[in-house]
Design a protein around this ligand. Structure first.
Ligand code: PMP
Ligand code: GLU
Length: 390
């Protein structure tokens, strides 16, 4: 069948593909421990689910306005304002997860040939989404030796007349790195001076582990709304990946552009999920704090085990739920890269991880610790036995 070049050239999402493979292997009867996908293992908190049940029972089952129901736009605006933005509901659009927020943004901001700076390691979906807008992803390397952090000087070296935007993702997927507010301020100053739009993906902002402090671009948005765009959502903070709710804070002209696009593609997001998200944002945040504590405990548990692996360099991340150990010293002629290492682990140890090459760094592999303590512990022990005989 003849398919469009656009889709022929499109790379499937590696994180989702490996998760599907792990599920298929499990269904075929093999014991597979998956630390591949970035998805909280917790159930969505009860009070949020109850709000959705009430939405169904009271007939809140029709189309809403394309950018979301007014109360939810107001609640998202209120959330961003609590972080330093001075926004109105018109500065918000609700989309199908952070993913559609980003897709809409790149389609609305990028012309063919424009360049988007993407600090590497990066989340798997950024480069394909930029390419779908006809633009060019420009990776800016920031490896383990730089604590996985990009500086304005690194970005400036890659900036050209075609640079339109730069994606910053803190806390980061796949490294868990968290920028300090001071570091963010330096990046923001560079963006304003060079007239580059920063698209800040803050989807993991609720998962920052003390003593690290959450930091972001909201107060910069308040002063320079044309230079900054902020994406957030409920998937990671509230264990709501399946509900598909994300929100974008942007200049109202950009929100109108995203609204036009969304109106012609997916319309509003699910009305019931909107009621659930409203409860998530405005209701009790006790469960968020409890989940954050569990993730922090798991991070420590995993770091303790990995610290006993000779030749493996793993930074202790301050946020999200990923570890990104540099394992290249374990590579050899029959296991020469991160893809081969992950294949060995899947075949011999029954553990699913994502190869670092998918995130732009072939020295590393990604371990998601959004898994039950027992699964995490067992999977890491199997990795140690398989690769290091311990
Ligand atoms: N950004 C990053 C960095 C992510 O890891 C994810 C995870 N899927 C997303 C955005 C999108 O999440 P969602 O669409 O579930 O809101
Ligand atoms: N963001 C998660 C991950 O990186 C979920 C999968 C996806 O959307 O790519 O595993």
């Amino acid at each position: 069948m003849l398919l469009a070049k656009r889709v022929m050239q499109l790379k499937p999402s590696a994180t989702l593909a490996i998760n599907t493979l792990a599920q298929e292997l499990k269904a075929s009867g093999r014991e597979i421990l998956s630390l591949s996908v970035g998805e909280p293992d917790f159930d969505t908190p009860r009070h949020i689910g109850d709000a959705a049940i009430k939405a169904i029972q009271t007939g809140f089952t029709k189309y809403t306005a394309v950018p979301g129901m007014p109360e939810l736009r107001a609640a998202a605006s209120g959330y961003f304002n609590s972080q330093g933005a001075k926004s109105a509901p018109d500065n918000i659009i609700i989309s199908n997860g952070g993913k559609q927020c980003l897709y809409n943004l790149f389609q609305s901001l990028l012309n063919p040939g424009d360049e988007a700076l993407i600090p590497a390691p990066y989340w798997v979906s950024y480069p394909p989404m930029v390419e779908l807008a006809g633009a060019v992803p420009v990776p800016v390397p920031a490896g383990v030796e730089k604590q996985f952090k990009i500086s304005p000087e690194d970005l400036e070296r890659k900036r050209t007349a075609k640079t339109r935007l730069c994606i910053i993702n803190s806390p980061s997927n796949p490294t868990g790195t968290v920028y300090t507010q001071k570091e963010i301020d330096r990046l923001a100053e560079w963006a304003v001076d060079s007239n580059v739009v920063i698209v800040s993906d803050e989807i993991y902002c609720a998962l920052v582990y003390p003593p690290a402090q959450p930091a972001g671009f909201c107060s910069w948005w308040a002063r320079h709304p044309e230079n900054f765009v902020i994406v957030n959502g409920v998937s990671k903070s509230y264990a709501m990946t399946g509900w598909r709710v994300g929100y974008t804070l942007a200049h109202d002209a950009l929100i109108k552009a995203c609204n036009k696009l969304q109106g012609q593609s997916s319309s509003n997001i699910c009305s019931i999920a909107q009621k659930a998200a409203l409860e998530a944002i405005t209701g009790s945040s006790d469960s968020v704090a409890a989940m954050r504590e569990s993730f922090m405990r798991r991070r420590n548990l995993a770091m303790d085990i990995i610290a006993t692996w000779p030749g493996v360099n793993c930074l202790c991340p301050d946020g999200a739920f990923y570890l990104f150990p540099d394992m290249h010293k374990l590579y050899n002629s029959s296991m020469p890269d991160s893809t081969a290492l992950c294949k060995v682990l899947l075949d011999k140890a029954g553990v699913a991880l994502v190869p670092g090459i998918e995130f732009g760094d072939d020295n590393c592999v990604r371990i998601s610790y959004a898994a039950a303590d027992a699964t995490l512990q067992k999977a890491l022990q199997k990795i140690g036995q398989c690769l290091l005989g311990r």
